[in-house]
Ligand binder design. Structure first.
Ligand code: TXA
Ligand code: MG
Length: 307
């Protein structure tokens, strides 16, 4: 706190500087194909502590570890044949697998918040991949926002809650998916969907978990500061209406009713709605299929009474 945060465009010099910070135990904000992450060396407990500190995150909430490939992931976690098949099908990409920790896993216990499992993901974004390669470390990276706030899809969102709290943001423009990764637990027994996301594998392999297994599933996790009303077909007085398809609104997630476009714009429009002069936010109905399920999951949390 107090120090200023540098923003540098993604490129070789920026990655070299970021990797030096990572090896020095500092956290760096970096784009992924889902949202911006706040990355630190997952084998260095002090570095991981700086993530929790910058985010103001409760220490019981474990972090996702990012690696370059499945072989690296298998040093950190234990993969069943089913888990390996899912990984091979979807990595690199927006899928996180929760698996048992490998024996002698070098991951700092602060990353898993003491759990016997670890959340692993192989990202596709070139900036995150370049940082993994240059630093040579597995990178713990939650979304780069203060705990409980909306996830960042561009650098301005990162700065909105972390400016002065981290040394560097790598600017890679707007993220492609705009929603956090799908999380599936493969820890024995049937696979369980812990968080819906860009990869819609629920119908095929995962049964929806009915208990709060990931703290990110807490009802009010994704929260704008203003009250939010769902399934609105027009605006009440004072409301800023975020439209979709036939509901035009003040702005629209997707005038043509394209769910992927809506997902990519969701957090962006929520950030803007939270920052403008209107006292309240309303959002048009979103069809509950495909990635629409992930959008409605985030919207339901954003609208839930604050805990
Ligand atoms: O798309 C993403 O996944 C982004 C980018 C940066 O990769 N990261 C992200 O991380 O969304 P985060 O920390 O905001 O969300 C991680 C979720 C949390 O809900 C956490 O509780 C859950 O993963 N999680 C992590 N480790 C877990 C474990 N061992 N068991 C169950 N849930 C776990
Ligand atoms: Mg988050």
């Amino acid at each position: 706190p107090g120090k200023s945060t540098e923003i540098r465009p993604f490129g070789p010099d920026t990655i070299a500087a970021a990797a030096a910070l990572i090896r020095d135990g500092q956290p760096v904000a970096v784009p992924t194909e889902t949202v911006y992450g706040l990355a630190a060396d997952a084998t260095n407990a002090a570095a991981v502590a700086r993530i929790y500190e910058a985010k103001g995150r409760p220490s019981f909430n474990p972090l996702i570890v990012h690696v370059l490939d499945l072989a690296s992931a298998e040093h950190l976690g234990t993969f069943s044949a089913d888990a390996r098949a899912l990984a091979e099908q979807h990595w690199p990409g927006p899928l996180t697998l929760v698996v048992p920790l490998a024996e002698n896993s070098p991951i700092a216990s602060l990353v898993t918040a003491g759990l016997p499992t670890v959340a692993l993901r192989v990202p596709a974004h070139p900036a995150m991949r370049a940082l993994l390669e240059a630093s040579g470390r597995p990178l713990a990276a939650p979304s780069a926002n203060a705990s409980g706030r909306i996830s960042p899809t561009r650098t301005a969102h990162v700065l909105a809650s972390l400016n002065g709290r981290i040394p560097l943001v790598i600017d890679g423009g707007q993220t492609a998916h705009g929603l956090e990764s799908t999380i599936v637990a493969m820890t024995g027994g049937p696979p369980r969907l812990l968080r819906p996301g860009p990869i819609d594998i629920a119908s095929a392999v995962a049964t929806v978990s009915d208990k709060v297994e990931a703290p990110g599933m807490l009802a009010s996790h994704y929260a704008p500061a203003k009250p939010l009303r769902l399934n609105a077909i027009d605006a009440a007085p004072g409301e800023w209406l975020i439209g979709f398809g036939p509901v035009a609104g003040d702005v629209s997630l997707s005038p043509s009713g394209d769910l992927a476009e809506a997902a990519a714009r969701l957090f962006d429009l929520l950030h803007d709605a939270d920052a403008n002069g209107a006292p309240a936010i309303a959002v048009a109905p979103i069809p509950d299929h495909g990635i629409g399920r992930a959008i409605n999951d985030r919207l339901a949390r954003a609208a839930a009474p604050r805990q």
